[in-house]
Write a protein that binds this ligand. Structure first.
Ligand code: ADP
Ligand code: MG
Length: 263
């Protein structure tokens, strides 16, 4: 139903016409090599405010590298990435601000093992943003409530299940009130029975208008929550389409082959 609607905020580098908001992340002609490997090959895409973009593709296609480049955990060789109109800085203060604006959730949770759940969520707001402890804790409790683990606030991460830990990690990223959240296979390390509790939180965020870039092979999430799917292979974006278009009518042989293996 969306294709064919006139563009409200046309983006030069993307072929998707429906835009929920203004461009928030603009990736233009981005290239990255690891030695001889062309891991990001002329990547162009625009993510608008409030959009949920799911990135899928075979292992080694460059999905994590793209996420890491957007969060500046990885340098790029050429091209530009802008977030909310600001070009990504090379280093220095700008980088700290960028990291505050862009939440990141990893496959492996990456919580601070020796800090309580509550401390995990309050640490960055207190240290990076100078929020008062009392205010940081009040907000953290609200966020932990929202992801359903408020009753675990005093515990250490190891005392929680994987699903609970990942929900804490999501709360921690939300505590910085990011403009965008990047999630790199957030459910891949979880036991099957815990996947849905994390996906439910992600769907809730999407419903509330959070801008999200999510690397995942959870097709149910993609169909339910994604505005757009980017299919990557060999360092390129091979297809960019709505979930319905992509899953029901993949165009490239690469995508057809990939989907035949995972569906
Ligand atoms: P994906 O997340 O799609 O599985 P990645 O972005 O992690 O893919 O990796 C893409 C390719 O880049 C892989 O072949 C991987 O081995 C390689 N790669 C990733 N990080 C590095 C690195 N730091 N040094 C060298 N090669 C890397
Ligand atoms: Mg990866």
């Amino acid at each position: 139903p969306v294709s064919g609607t006139p563009a409200t905020a046309p983006a030069p580098t993307s072929n998707i016409s429906v835009r929920r908001g203004e461009p928030l992340v603009v990736v233009e002609h981005v290239n990255k090599h690891f030695g001889d490997l062309h891991v990001l090959n002329d990547i162009n895409t625009v993510v608008n405010r409030g959009e949920v973009v799911v990135v899928i593709g075979p292992s080694g296609s460059g999905k994590s590298t793209l996420c890491r480049a957007i969060n500046r955990l990885e340098t790029i060789d050429s091209g530009t990435i802008t977030i909310d109109g600001e070009r990504l800085p090379e280093e220095g203060k700008g980088l700290a601000k960028l990291r505050a604006d862009v939440g990141m959730v990893f496959q492996s949770f990456n919580l601070f093992a020796h800090k309580t759940v509550l401390e995990n969520v309050t640490l960055a707001p207190i240290r990076v943003k100078g929020v008062k402890r009392k205010d940081a804790e009040a907000k953290a409790m609200e966020l932990l409530e929202r992801v359903g683990v408020a009753n675990q606030a005093k515990k250490l991460p190891a005392q929680l299940s994987g699903g609970q830990q990942q929900r804490v990690a999501i709360a921690r990223s939300l505590a910085m009130t990011p403009k965008l959240i990047l999630m790199d296979e957030p459910t891949s390390a979880l036991d099957p029975e815990m996947i849905n509790e994390v996906l439910d939180v992600m769907v809730g965020l999407a419903d509330q208008g959070m801008t999200m870039i999510v690397v995942t092979h959870e097709m149910g999430f993609a169909r339910k929550a994604a505005d757009r799917v980017l299919f990557m292979a060999d360092g390129r974006i091979v297809e960019e389409a709505t979930p319905a278009e992509f899953f029901d009518h993949p165009k490239s042989d690469r995508a057809k082959d990939f989907l035949s293996k995972i569906l």
